[in-house]
Design a protein around this ligand. Structure first.
Ligand SMILES: [Zn+2]
Ligand SMILES: [Zn+2]
Length: 144
């Protein structure tokens, strides 16, 4: 296991805070059409598997965005909080919630095949298509 990074983040209005120990500060960006609608653009998120300490839980609304995943947001200010594989402790947590941003490393871009043509990130990152992401997920699920 890599060293844990204890971070705490919050939504725009501060009604919801999240505390967790990240395995790394690698940030991924997702270009899929759902994330772009959810966050207003490509979303930046940190992968996390494990417990999340939430305060202000009654301010969170959960949107069942697909058969296998939920997306959480603050009812008061609308901040996109996290995407969660339903029934698991696997999350991708919005990178913008945390002040640790100076230490982030932009690692990969996913659903690159759904990226609109009007923007391109200059960062040199891994790039995965939607099909590659789903295949990697399926492989990971059968290992555990
Ligand atoms: Zn809020
Ligand atoms: Zn996405």
């Amino acid at each position: 296991m890599k060293a844990a990074n204890d971070v705490s983040g919050r939504c725009l209005c501060g009604a919801v805070t999240l505390q967790l120990a990240l395995a790394s500060l690698d940030v991924d960006s997702c270009h899929c059409s759902m994330c772009r609608r959810w966050s207003g653009g490509p979303c930046f998120a940190l992968e996390h598997e494990g417990p999340v300490i939430v305060t202000g839980e009654d301010h969170i609304n959960i949107y069942h965005s697909s058969e296998w995943a939920d997306r959480a947001f603050c009812k008061t200010c609308g901040t996109s909080l996290y995407w969660r594989l339903r029934g698991s402790d696997y999350y991708t947590i919005s990178a913008g919630l945390f002040d640790a941003a100076t230490d982030y490393h932009f690692k990969k871009q996913i659903f690159i095949d759904e990226k609109p043509a009007f923007y391109d990130f200059a960062n040199d990152t891994e790039k995965l298509t939607g099909a590659e992401v789903i295949a990697a997920f399926a492989a990971g699920a059968s290992e555990s």
